[in-house]
Each structure stands twice: as C-alpha cells, then as structure tokens.
Write a protein that binds this ligand. Structure first.
Ligand SMILES: [Zn+2]
Length: 461
C-alpha cells in the first residue's frame, strides 16, 4: 500500500488499531480461518463444479441446458437451506445454435482445417463457399486495406494472442474483425484462435456485427492451422479455402440470473454479493469457464450458511446468465436492481478459471476502510498479496462497478486459462483440487470478513 494513502489517515489508523485489538474481531478472524480450512478439506467447490459439468454439461445461453443449470442451482441452494432463492428472466436478442463447421484448403496443398464458428456467426450459403484467401499477419494490416480490396475473398487474420493479451485481442480481432473484413468486400472471415495453446483445437467466443454492414460467416482456426496457412502464404501466391458453417439464428431467447441469499442477522438490507456465470460455451462442458467460479462462490456461501450464527449482512450469490454473448445477465441485474444498489456493500466475482488467487485488488471509493487491512492480512496467510491496480471486479459485476457499487478483484492465476478457454477441452479433468480449493478458501474468507467487518467502502463515507 503506498504511503500517501495512509498519510491523511491518522484517525483511520487509530480506528484500525481499535478494530484489530477488539475481542470480537479475534473471534471473527478465527471463524474465517476455520471456514478457509473447511473449504480446503471439503473440496466442496470441485464437487459442485463436477456435479454441474456432469449432470448438466455445456450451458449455452438461452438454451434448454442453461435453463436446466438454473434449476439445478435452485435445487442445490434449497438443499443448502438458503433463505431466499429466485430467478430473474431476461431476453437475449441474439439466440444462436451451432451447426456443422468444416473447412479445408483446396489449393495448393489440400488438407482439412480445424475450425469452430464464432458465437453469433451467420451461416455460409448452403453447400458452403470456396474462395481465394488473403492472409493478414495483423488485424492492422487488414484495417489498412481500402474498400473493395477483398471483393469475393476470404479474409484470414493470423495474428497471435500474447499471454495476458486477451482483452486487447478479442475486441478488435474476434468481435470487430468480421465487419471490418466485410466493409472491404470479404465474403467470410477466419482468425487464429484467441488462445495461448498450441493444440489442434479452435477457441470459440462471441463475435458481433456492426449495424448496417453485411454480415459474413466467421470462424476461428486452431493455432497450428493458422500457422500452416502462414507458411503456405509465404510460399504460394494463391491459396483457396472451402468453408461450411450451418449455425442457426434463433431470434430472441430467454436467459436467467439465479439469486440465492443468506439473510443477514444484523443488517439484512446490506448485501455482500458473490457472482459467477452459469452459462458456458457449447464446445466443452464449461469447467474452467465458469463451472469453477460457480463451484467457488456456491461452496463459499454454503460454508457460511452452515455456521451456527448467520452472518451480519446478507450474503447474496448471483449466478449470471448469458455472460458469454455479451454480459447480458450482468447488465440486466443492474437494470433490475438499480434501486437497491446503494445497499450493495461490496461485490466480487469468480470468472477467471480455477485459481489459485494471487492478488487482492480493490475498486472502491474509500481505500481507508479499516476492514481492508484486516482482510488483507487474512488473505496473506492464504498466499494472496495486496495489489495496487484498480479492479472492476469481473465481467458480470463491471456494470454495477460502473454505477458506483464497490467491487474487489480476487485475481486468479491465468497462465494456462487461455489454453482451454472456449474450447472442447474445457472439461472438469483440468481442474486441480489444490488450486480450486485455495480459491474457495480465499472467497469464503473475503465474503465472511466483508460481511462481519466491512461497510464503509463508498467514497461518501
Ligand atoms: Zn467466463
């Protein structure tokens, strides 16, 4: 923590000293440490993620499977004895279902390619298309082309995603790439997967079409296939690819946020919010994205539910729907709960895989809140260091952070996350008990301490 934050906070230091030295806090810290131990010993987060990915499987937004997942979570929270459990339906105007997806190089060295349609892509014309390709090593090289320069061609972008570069990559290349190619005349768009693996496996993920621009079919190539196209482009003037995609657009579909609460014993109207998203892409079973997060927040809240005394504030778990197609659940939550957001004390989300959690970053108005030092210390014993970045919490809670709800980021190790993310290989066997158990221990520690101690996270306090 930089010194400058503490300088004006003499009063605060005194408060902190009093807070730390009180008997009540000792008990609270003891309970938090027992909860963390139970999270590890029970491996409950992994059990929950295993049940979700086995009994439900993939959970594409707006699908019957996503609905089954919501009902599964409702039944589970009932079994855990939560006080209030309800779901909130909302419309998603981009209903979509994957179809067949094949591609091959037809000239000069015929071979099959491993591809997958980007989420929301339009189909190819019946029977597919075959055309000459234009290869771009960077998205900028494509953007530099004049209108009409890609008439009748398939645009292929082979730019590699660097580790840690997902945000910078997915927007310009996966989401905007197809429309930019279409503006220049392309009839289809292929990109190197947004992934850090070298497996022959493609990564899906949402694409979007700019209004008023012709919508062209769009798919991701596995990394080795994109590299193969690069090598061919170095050696040959002309490469032709055949592409077939048959996804269906379903118009407006319904998704749900599932909400479950443990009512606070002293400040029931004040909410500590734990989020994760219940939907997943359809290729794997959504284990790291975001079955692990669902397991972590459900396990953390269940352990708090089992305490002999309920927490002071209300613990609210929100399992958001339709995250993958564009944070529909997170945005709907803010719209629906606008009137009570001022009573949201703090929110945290688990949506970056299985962990472990390495850094505690805050995105709150009052960094001097004395409880933060206590929480930092407690998390330190679990291997979590205090960070200096301003957190936006996570994709589904960013909309509430944007309108002033204090958030924290319990930031997870993501060094291998983008090897599996949005692929058929995102399955439960990839989850390592020690990693997800540490995450659950960190989340339960944070949630419990925030409920018992925190409360002045807003700037006005
Ligand atoms: Zn996710």
């Amino acid at each position: 923590m930089p010194n400058s934050i503490f300088k004006p906070g003499i009063l605060c230091l005194i408060t902190l000293f009093l807070a730390l030295s009180s008997k009540g806090n000792e008990n609270t810290l003891e309970i938090a440490s027992e909860l963390a131990q139970q999270a590890v010993e029970s491996s409950l987060a992994l059990k929950i993620a295993t049940d979700l990915t086995t009994d439900i499987g993939p959970r594409l937004y707006g699908s019957e499977s996503e609905k089954r997942a919501v009902e599964w979570a409702r039944a589970r929270f009932e079994e855990y004895g939560f006080d209030n459990i309800w779901s909130e339906p909302f419309p998603v105007d981009r209903g979509w279902e994957r179809g067949l997806e094949t591609a091959s190089i037809t000239h000069p060295a015929p071979q099959n390619l491993v591809i997958t349609a980007l989420g929301g892509s339009v189909p190819t014309p019946e029977g597919g298309i075959e055309a000459e390709v234009v290869v771009f090593r960077t998205i900028q090289a494509l953007l530099d082309q004049p209108e009409g320069s890609l008439d009748g061609k398939i645009a292929v972008v082979t730019q590699a995603m660097e580790i840690g570069g997902y945000g910078r990559f997915s927007g310009p290349i996966r989401q905007n790439g197809p429309s930019e190619a279409a503006k220049r005349g392309a009839i289809a768009y292929l990109m190197r997967s947004a992934g850090t693996d070298n497996d022959r496996m493609a990564h899906t993920g949402v694409t979007s079409y700019q209004p008023g621009v012709r919508r062209i079919p769009a798919a991701a190539l596995s990394v080795p296939d994109a590299q193969q196209i690069d090598r061919l482009a170095n050696r040959h003037k002309s490469i032709r690819i055949k592409l077939l995609l048959t996804p269906k657009e379903l118009g407006t579909v319904t998704s749900h946020n599932l909400i479950a609460e443990i009512t606070g014993s002293q400040k029931p109207d004040e909410v500590i919010l734990l989020g994760a998203h219940i939907d997943s892409w359809d290729l794997g079973t959504g284990a790291i994205d975001d079955g692990a997060g669902v397991g972590v927040v459900m396990a953390a809240s269940k352990l708090i539910r089992d305490l002999p005394n309920p927490p002071k504030r209300t613990i609210r778990v929100v399992l958001f729907g339709a995250e993958e197609i564009g944070i529909y659940g997170g945005n709907y939550y803010v719209e629906k709960h606008r009137d009570e957001l001022s009573k949201h004390i703090i929110a945290v989300e688990a949506d970056a895989g299985q962990g472990p959690v390495h850094t505690f970053n805050i995105g709150i108005g009052n960094p001097l809140d004395p409880s933060l030092s206590i929480i930092r210390k407690a998390l330190e014993s679990l291997g979590v260091k205090a960070g200096r970045a301003k957190s936006r919490g996570g994709p589904d809670i960013a909309p509430m952070s944007n309108v002033g709800v204090p958030v924290v980021g319990l930031d997870m190790f993501t060094g291998d996350y983008f090897d599996l993310h949005h692929t058929a290989n995102d399955t439960i066997d990839k989850i390592v008990p020690e990693r997800i158990n540490q995450s659950a221990a960190v989340y339960v520690t944070f949630a419990y301490l925030a409920s018992e101690l925190g409360g002045y996270y807003r700037a006005e306090n």
